[in-house]
Design a binder for this molecule. Structure first.
Ligand code: FAD
Ligand code: NAD
Length: 556
């Protein structure tokens, strides 16, 4: 058999079969077969169905995009309304805030997705605006544009509310003003900037001897509030950052003084996980030097300090409350990250109120995800009170379900398939709680992997350490929306492994340093004879152009 013959008869079919199998495997696993069956051209049945159905989707997150991808079909006119023109891959937020990855890898521009939807639907448009009001009686949505506050009105036949949720401060004084958050891309950039800025300040003060010891300790104290998955993943990333990158770039003199405090009001961290796994995570954090304080609640926040008190049960007596208040203590800190849970957005609360709902945590939906008391309005993801956890997994499945219901013109009961829960504990560590069918006596891959049976009925499996970390990374990598993001994330991970985390302060508007220390690095300022800091009054000189007093520094 000649080479050409061999290629044609053996290699080509084998390659074809492998490609087909991989394609089938991927699409089956992804539950996206219908994308291929419903990819007919937009114009095929437009006229047959009369006026296209007007679909308005509010949001551009997990739930909204899954709905968009499925509902885009002929005879549908789809409008996506969101202030955010990108999709945010939230599981990567914690690692982006310490520079393990760049925000580029976690943000997916919406253009390609909307353009792809437009090839399947009669039309698909993205509008950058904030939905402010929903008039369910007249089927209208009012929205304001981000930039100049223009008001828009959108009419719909079907409305999908997928606006997610926002950080819940529980009305605790000072949190909104002084806390940092981890919900949006800009939160991560702000946190990264604060960490690096505090490190630079601490390093600068450290050159000035023991005088600023207390201030350095304050700058290097990070309080993470909330021992849910967000707070735990962030604390683990912070600890890795301190031990590896800060030690390497700023020296152990600085890294050894970093304090990470994880505060959790409940008796244990990671409520969604089995207690045995939560303990593994807690032990790991403690081994990395994180100060895990359970049964402790944040009660007051100021710009540079936080008040912590023993937490009290919801039905606490006045005596218990005053005992907790008496035991409250303030601590100075350099950054406080509020990861204490989520609450409904104003738009959702407003609609819930107008529908006469008592519970304001989200929109009450029936089993088909239709908002109770409305016609043609659906709520999905974190905006809905559907009885499922506010996770990306739930939001994405609900989005697909609603997208299909709209596409097929038929409401049906939503069924959630839980694949398991994963939590990343920084480099090379993690925990996973995975579903394993109970009662199976035949060969079980989980037994082969040596996993422990956990959960109420023993039908779940625990995976910890490096295998859980590898699972977390591979799963979240494959679930990214585009090849471009996969390449970007892969190279971020590689860069972090080879050269350490990114320590370039994100470009954010920030106030100039008005008093000492002057942030600098390299040779200490006082040993450098080319720079002299002159006092403020001396430095003020009249600008020859505008006549204003300007601050100047002299270089010799
Ligand atoms: P979102 O993804 O928050 O999207 C809401 C969208 O609505 C956004 O585009 C927003 O801009 C838009 N919007 C807001 N207000 C308006 C308005 N007025 N009008 C129009 N649009 C509006 N879940 C997991 O399952 N696994 C994880 O590993 C995981 N990790 C997480 C890590 C972090 C740091 C965080 C914060 C969450 C994590 N979650 C995870 C939870 C998950 O991100 C949420 O459950 C999920 O984002 C909910 O999807 P959603 O579409 O309902 O809301
Ligand atoms: P959460 O609601 O799960 O946890 C918040 C924690 O903060 C709670 O344990 C609560 O007791 C604590 N808390 C509240 N007020 C407090 C106070 N004043 N002082 C101290 N502690 C306080 O919030 P989250 O971790 O942001 O998670 C939100 C959702 O996103 C959850 O559904 C979670 O499962 C999901 N998520 C999943 C992953 C993952 O799967 N890896 C990662 C992040 C988030």
């Amino acid at each position: 058999m000649g080479l050409a013959d061999f290629t044609l008869k053996r290699l080509a079919p084998a390659a074809g079969a492998t490609t087909l199998a991989a394609w089938a495997g991927m699409t089956t696993l992804n539950d996206d077969w219908d994308d291929y069956l419903h990819s007919s051209s937009a114009t095929s049945s437009d006229n047959a169905g009369g006026e296209p159905e007007k679909i308005v989707i509010l949001g551009s997150g997990w739930a909204a995009l899954s709905a968009l991808r499925k509902c885009a079909a002929s005879n549908k006119s789809v409008v996506v309304v969101s202030p955010r023109p990108h999709f945010l891959y939230t599981p990567l937020l914690a690692s982006s805030s310490v520079g393990t990855i760049t925000l580029r890898s976690a943000c997916e521009p919406l253009r390609a997705l909307v353009e792809s939807a437009a090839t399947k639907a009669t039309s698909a448009t993205f509008v950058r605006a904030d939905a402010r009001e929903i008039d369910v009686a007249n089927k209208k949505v009012r929205a304001t544009t981000d930039s100049d506050g223009m008001e828009l009105e959108l009419s719909y036949d079907k409305l999908v509310i997928a606006v997610g949720a926002q950080p819940n401060t529980f009305g605790i004084p000072g949190v909104q003003e002084h806390g940092l958050f981890l919900k949006e891309a800009e939160d991560s950039a702000k946190l990264h900037a604060r960490l690096l800025s505090n490190l630079e300040k601490a390093a600068a003060l450290n050159h000035q001897g023991d005088k600023y010891r207390a201030e350095i300790d304050r700058l290097l104290k990070i309080v993470v509030v909330g021992g849910g998955p967000t707070g735990v993943e962030l604390s683990a990333e912070l600890a890795d950052f301190a031990h590896n990158d800060v030690a390497k770039r700023y020296g152990t003199d600085i890294s050894n003084r970093i304090q990470i405090i994880l505060v959790e009001a409940m008796p244990r961290i990671l409520a969604p996980f089995d207690e045995s796994l939560a303990n593994v995570a807690k032990d790991h954090l403690i081994s990395k030097g994180v100060d895990v304080r359970t049964g402790t609640a944040v009660t007051y926040v100021e710009s540079a300090d936080v008040t912590l008190a023993p937490s009290t049960p919801r039905n606490a007596t006045p005596e218990q409350k005053s005992a907790a208040a008496a035991a409250a203590q303030s601590e100075e800190m350099g950054a406080l990250v509020w990861a204490a849970g989520i609450g409904a957005r104003p738009l959702v609360k407003k609609l819930a109120k107008s529908l006469g709902q008592k519970d304001m945590r989200g929109l009450q939906v029936d089993e088909t995800l239709k908002v109770k008391g409305t016609d043609g309005v659906y709520a999905i993801g974190d905006a809905a009170l559907s009885g499922f956890a506010p996770t990306a997994q739930v939001a994405a499945q609900q989005g697909k379900h609603i997208g299909r219901s709209i596409r097929d013109g038929m409401d049906s009961k939503f069924q959630y398939n839980h694949a398991g829960s994963l939590c990343c504990l920084g480099s090379d560590n993690g925990i996973a709680q995975l579903l394993a069918p109970a009662g199976s006596t035949s060969f079980n891959v989980w037994d082969a992997l040596g996993t422990q049976a956990i959960g109420k009925n023993g039908d779940e499996r625990a995976l910890t350490g490096k295998p859980a970390f590898v699972l977390w990374r591979s799963l979240y990598w494959t679930k990214l929306l585009s090849t471009s993001s996969r390449i970007s994330l892969g190279s971020d991970w590689m860069r972090a492994k080879l050269h350490g985390r990114d320590v370039v302060e994100p470009v954010l508007k920030r106030a100039a340093t008005l008093r000492q220390p002057v942030e600098s690095f390299g040779t200490e300022l006082k040993r450098n004879h080319t720079i002299r800091l002159v006092n403020k009054t001396e430095a003020l000189a009249t600008d020859p152009v505008d006549g204003k007093k300007k601050k100047r520094f002299w270089l010799f």
